[in-house]
Write a new protein. Structure first.
Length: 107
C-alpha cells in the first residue's frame, strides 16, 4: 500500500487543497488498484482537525494533511480484510457441512 499527498489545482484549492493518492497494487486484485481521494479543508472546525477524507462512508480527520497517512492506512487495511470475510454460507444438508463462500469464489 502506498499513500501520496499532492496539491490540488488552484480552482478547487479553497475547499479541496490536497488529493490523497492511494495505490493498492499488492493488496487487492486489479483492475481498480489506484484511487484519488480528495482531502477536504474546513477551517470552521473547533476540535483542531480541519483536514478530512471520506473513504467508504468512514471519515478520517487530522490537524495536518500529513497526519492523515496512518489513520487512512489503518482504515484501508481494515476494509480490505473485511472484504475478504465470507459473505455467503451454504449448508449442505446431506453431508451436514457448512461452506463459507466469498463473492470471488461464487463466479
Amino acid at each position: 500500500m502506498r499513500l501520496t499527498l499532492f496539491h490540488n489545482g488552484p480552482t478547487e484549492g479553497a475547499t479541496v487543497p490536497y488529493i490523497l493518492s492511494i495505490s493498492l497494487d499488492g493488496e487487492i486484485i486489479p483492475p481498480d488498484t489506484y484511487f484519488h481521494v480528495p482531502v477536504h479543508y474546513d477551517g470552521r472546525q473547533r476540535n483542531g482537525t480541519p483536514y478530512n477524507v471520506e473513504i467508504c462512508g468512514f471519515r478520517v480527520e487530522a490537524a495536518a494533511p500529513a497526519d492523515l497517512f496512518e489513520p487512512v492506512e489503518t482504515l484501508l487495511s481494515g476494509l480490505i480484510n473485511m472484504a475478504r470475510l465470507p459473505t455467503y454460507v451454504f449448508a449442505a444438508d446431506g453431508s451436514q457441512q457448512l461452506y463459507l463462500c466469498t463473492p470471488s469464489r461464487m463466479r
